[in-house]
Design a protein around this ligand. Structure first.
Ligand code: NCD
Length: 295
């Protein structure tokens, strides 16, 4: 296991399978697990978060550990302290791990140079969101069993999405074929390969995929409005129940969902929608990661 978890690329295939198995075992366990007893984990989120921050904090507490959340709005970063100095000062208090989210790609990699404890990336710019990719893989593994040979379409603002970048890496390493479905201005810069295909419409993939992951348009990362309107976008790319019909496809979304733009209300209510299962599974993935990196 590497010291830090900054990207899915830090993990070997063996690490990935071990984390998925551990998370599933934790989900099925009935005993209390105190692997993080006497450990203190600091969370520093420089960007908004509903799911990831609370999921990590619940995971630490479920393992008997303690969380210190650095409130950025009250921290000295606002007084002009550099991020490296903030990190070095937190590190001097000897937490057992730091979990960070930042709008800059590579923020975790940069901080890793200034601290002695493990850093876990809770999302950095459009670069990586390793724990999200792992919880998505866990959700699919619980549904399909073996993921090898399965096909997933990632739909939406792929180029600006760290969820997409980490998912593309992880899912392909687990043997899946990934279709990237987006209008040209949202399409990824990855080259097409045998198990990575680019498409411009949902119709091209509907009859061959096992899963669809919809993404939010990452407006905060657009320097200017690069599409007509969300309504125009939704007309071509919204995952509606009408569109899916009776196909045997599961639908994922990392949240926050733009209702009726990313996925429609009816599809979100359908049992093929795994959006809330992803959130539940996220706690177990983060517990498994904390056990390995901190416990
Ligand atoms: C995503 C994120 O912040 O990267 N959400 C999440 O972590 N569950 C996706 C998004 O903001 O669209």
């Amino acid at each position: 296991m590497p010291k830090h978890l900054l990207s899915t690329k830090d993990l070997s295939l063996q690490d990935i399978y071990a984390i998925l198995d551990e998370a599933i075992a934790l989900k099925n366990a009935t005993d209390i697990d105190n692997s993080l007893k006497d450990k203190i984990v600091t969370t520093i989120f420089f960007e908004n978060s509903t799911r990831t921050l609370s999921s990590f904090e619940i995971a630490v507490k479920r393992l008997g550990g303690k969380v210190v959340r650095l409130d950025i709005s009250k921290s000295s970063t606002l007084k002009g302290e550099s991020m490296a100095d903030t990190a070095a000062n937190i590190n001097a208090m000897k937490p057992n791990a730091i979990i960070i989210r930042h709008s800059e790609a590579g923020a975790g990699n940069y901080l890793a140079r200034y601290v002695t404890c493990p850093i876990i990336n809770g999302g950095d710019g459009a670069h990586a969101h390793p724990t999200q990719a792992l919880l998505d893989a866990m959700t699919m593994k619980l549904h399909f069993g073996d993921l090898s040979g399965k096909k997933i379409a990632i739909v939406g603002d792929i180029i600006n999405s760290r969820v997409a970048t980490s998912g593309i890496d992880l899912f392909r390493r687990l043997g899946m074929t990934v279709f990237l479905v987006a209008p040209p201005h949202f399409q990824s810069l990855f080259n097409e390969e045998e198990n990575l295909k680019k498409c411009e419409s949902l119709e091209e993939i509907l009859d061959c995929v096992d899963a669809i992951m919809s993404l939010r348009t990452q407006n905060e990362r657009h320097n200017y409005q690069i599409f007509g309107s969300l309504k125009d976008y939704a007309q071509k790319f919204c995952i509606t129940k009408d569109l899916i019909g009776n196909r045997n496809i599961i639908v994922l979304h990392p949240g926050p969902v733009h209702r009726n733009i990313d996925i429609d209300d009816e599809m979100l209510k359908d049992e093929r929608s795994k959006v809330l299962s992803q959130v539940s599974n996220g706690v177990f993935i983060r517990m498994a990661i904390l056990k390995r990196f901190v416990g």
